[in-house]
Ligand binder design. Structure first.
Ligand SMILES: Cc1cc2nc3c(=O)[nH]c(=O)nc-3n(C[C@H](O)[C@H](O)[C@H](O)COP(=O)(O)OP(=O)(O)OC[C@H]3O[C@@H](n4cnc5c(N)ncnc54)[C@H](O)[C@@H]3O)c2cc1C
Length: 398
């Protein structure tokens, strides 16, 4: 592959990379983070050469293909909420030419608490009072009209999110890829980046599919983000992959498709309609190495115990089970932006449990920081504080 012009050095005051046209940008990791970043990069700079490199033969087979597919506006840290705010317009109205069907469909979410969980319900209501669509309290009877299998004795108080939605994760991921390809970007599966060697201001990448050079490397490798950084000789950000197992069970009837999602307010379990099945989880967060995570029977059994205690579903068998790695840094905000002192290495990791719903905002922010050096006007009313997400917060001042 030909070597493109190198990125000019950053502005003296810090961040602008000055990438203009026909630069080559390698996005490493083909999950939702990489697909969205690559799409927004070519969308903002149609003349740039963008290649999305994925280690596996198929894209989105790790965490992106294993999520619960929920959009919940009132969730997570200040920066996560800002990124969700920056995402909802795209999720609700993606460019028509990129999708065959709506990407989101409304799904109410009920956070339920038993007699000893009133404090948690109060905390949640206070936290979410200022959301675009605030979380409100409803009665246990109203909750049962939305999820008739709730046991009356197990549910004392309920907080309701009406602004939530199911996301068609496959449709969204494909939309990004379609947009990327239409603008001339490339997708290279079976290209695991094993080394990234400094090449002037840019990079020479050694991959399982061949070597290439790039002016900018965007690290969207999910649970493997720190490993990719080490392979590039960059400092890490302390990513912590955490297992979460989910499984599908047959619901009591086709009517479950219209039920609300139920989540224990202290996240000890959740149940979400998935067609005529119910997607269930223990909502566990057990630390793991980056890997192709596999379910553990004990996590499934404990989830079934808790769900059967709170509902009349009487789950005895599961149809399918899977585990994904939700990857956090300790402050639970994402890490987005150029590495201080090496601006051609750009982070987009730490998506945790919100990487699908935040992907339009996170992808657009990556493109803004690479191409403009600062967030565009798109982020004006989102409440985004850039310092919350920049990798600079992990680097001690010299
Ligand atoms: C059970 C569960 C429920 C969830 N529910 C939700 C939800 O309701 N809503 C929501 O928004 N989020 C949810 N999430 C979180 C969401 O799935 C993640 O935040 C998101 O998928 C992370 O995407 P990613 O692209 O960062 O990671 P991944 O999808 O894991 O993609 C990273 C990719 O990088 C590739 N890679 C790694 N190393 C290399 C390398 N050296 N070279 C090339 N490629 C490499 C990997 O093969 C992988 O494909 C859930 C997650 C789980 C597990």
């Amino acid at each position: 592959m030909r070597i493109c012009r190198h990125v000019p050095p950053p502005d003296r005051d810090g961040t602008a990379l000055g990438v203009t046209v026909t630069e080559r940008i390698a996005v490493v990791g083909g999950g939702i983070a990489g697909a969205s970043a690559a799409y927004f990069l070519v969308e903002a700079a149609p003349d740039s050469e963008v290649v999305l490199l994925e280690a596996e033969e198929h894209l989105a087979m790790h965490t992106t293909g294993r999520s619960a597919a929920l959009l919940l506006e009132n969730d997570g840290t200040r920066s996560i909420r800002s990124l969700v705010r920056a995402s909802v317009d795209f999720l609700r109205g993606p460019p028509e030419e990129l999708v065959d069907a709506p990407v989101v469909v409304p799904r109410e979410v009920m956070h339920v608490g038993g007699p000893d969980q009133g404090g948690s319900i109060d905390r949640l209501l206070a936290e979410n009072a200022s959301g675009a669509i605030p979380t409100i309290e409803i009665s246990a009877d109203e909750a049962r009209s939305r999820f008739p299998a709730l046991r009356p004795e197990a549910v004392d108080r309920v907080a309701l999110d009406t602004g939530a939605a199911d996301i068609d994760v496959h449709g969204l991921h494909q939309a990004y890829l379609r947009g990327l390809r239409r603008a001339g970007g490339r997708v290279a599966a079976s290209h695991r980046v094993d080394a990234a060697v400094s090449d002037g201001d840019g990079w020479r990448l050694e991959t399982t599919g061949g070597n290439l050079t790039a002016d900018v490397l965007v690290n969207t490798a999910g649970a493997w983000g720190d490993l990719v950084a080490r392979r590039a000789g960059m400092p890490t950000v302390g990513l912590e992959p955490r297992r979460r197992t989910a499984f599908n069970v047959t619901g009591p009837g086709p009517e479950v498709a219209g039920w609300a999602m139920v989540a224990d307010v202290d996240m000890r379990f959740y149940v979400k309609p998935d067609g005529t099945q119910l997607l269930c989880s223990l909502a566990e967060e057990n630390p793991s190495e980056p890997c192709d995570a596999r379910p553990e029977e004990t996590d499934v059994a404990l989830a079934i115990d808790r769900i059967n205690a709170a509902t009349t579903l009487g789950i005895r068998a599961v149809n399918s089970t899977w585990t994904g790695l939700r990857t956090f840094v300790p402050d639970r905000s994402m890490v987005i932006g150029p590495e201080p002192g090496r601006p051609s290495f750009v982070w987009c990791v730490g998506q945790g449990g919100t990487g699908i719903m935040t992907s339009p905002g996170a992808g657009r922010l990556v493109a803004d920081l690479v191409l403009r050096g600062e967030p565009s006007g798109h982020f004006d009313d989102t409440g985004l504080v850039l310092d919350d997400v920049l990798p600079d917060r992990f680097r001690s001042p010299t």
